[in-house]
Design a protein around this ligand. Structure first.
Ligand code: ADP
Ligand code: MG
Length: 254
């Protein structure tokens, strides 16, 4: 059974004023509860898809359809750079989205603490960003995205700059968080390994105007752990995703 689409891109186009066509005739359903990963070479339009869904940019053609308008008004966004305010401590960085929507510091305190607890940073609320490791900065950015309790979270290559050990740890923590919160996640990565490990569905995009080359579903019931990493399913998904990515890159070069 396919879950209903929270948001759907229908025949979407995005042409920049320069004339560059980032997306053309692009269709994508984001279904409730999934971890949907967009995989594709640099410049294929992955960030553009996230920005359109988040309302940070508008399509130049087609439509974005929402199952419920309140979801659209509360989307969590995590960027590749943690983008923390350097002069503000962890608490204040996470408080920011609530502050911007007019919630007082006192009224926000429990929700900020709760978000910090979710990412394991509850003992670091007074720390400044420069005192945190790369992984902790990213946890702080994730807490900031969670603090408004969004049903839909966009993550744009959030772990790309981290070393592999930290990345694996954050992958597992993200999955645990997902189990606790039940939110829907749209995730962007360059990494076939990361896509195969995290996703319930992978969409491989071509550099040519974001065309979708392949779509790979992974049973959400399969537990993601070290056994999964050494399973045949994981190897099969990786193999298929790598092949699609190769087609995508060859298309880009031709
Ligand atoms: P990805 O995230 O897959 O690397 P992007 O969505 O960032 O790709 O970009 C898709 C294409 O659109 C690229 O060719 C990029 O240079 C171009 N692009 C992105 N943002 C803008 C912009 N604001 N103005 C002009 N071109 C842009
Ligand atoms: Mg990008």
């Amino acid at each position: 059974m396919t879950a209903p689409a929270l948001v759907a891109l229908r025949d979407v186009g995005k042409t920049f004023p320069s004339g560059l066509v980032a997306l053309a005739h692009y269709d994508l359903d984001v279904r409730e509860g999934e971890i949907l990963t967009l995989l594709g070479p640099s410049g294929c339009g992955k960030s553009t898809v996230l920005r359109l869904i988040a309302g940070l940019a508008s399509p130049t053609a087609g439509a974005i359809e929402w199952s419920a308008p309140q979801i659209k008004n509360n989307i969590g966004f995590v960027f590749q750079d943690a983008t923390l305010l350097p002069w503000a401590n962890v608490f204040d960085n996470v408080y920011l989205p609530l502050r911007l929507s007019g919630v007082s510091r006192t009224a926000a305190a429990l929700r900020v603490e709760d978000a910090l607890e979710h990412v394991g940073l509850h003992n670091f609320s007074r720390a400044l960003p420069r005192e945190l490791s790369g992984g902790m900065k990213m946890r702080c950015a994730i807490a900031r995205a969670l603090v408004t309790r969004p049903e839909l979270i966009m993550m744009d290559e959030p772990f790309a700059a981290l070393d592999e050990v930290t990345r694996f740890k954050l992958n597992d923590d993200l999955l645990a968080l997902k189990r606790r919160l039940g939110a829907t996640i749209v995730f962007v990565t360059h990494s076939v390994f990361e896509a195969a490990y995290l996703s319930t569905r992978i969409v491989v995009m071509s550099r040519r105007a974001g065309r979708i080359i392949d779509e790979i579903a992974i049973d959400p019931a399969i537990e993601r752990n070290d056994d999964f990493r050494s399973s045949k399913t994981f190897a099969d998904v990786r193999h298929r995703a790598s092949q699609a990515l190769r087609v995508s890159i060859e298309e880009a070069a031709s």
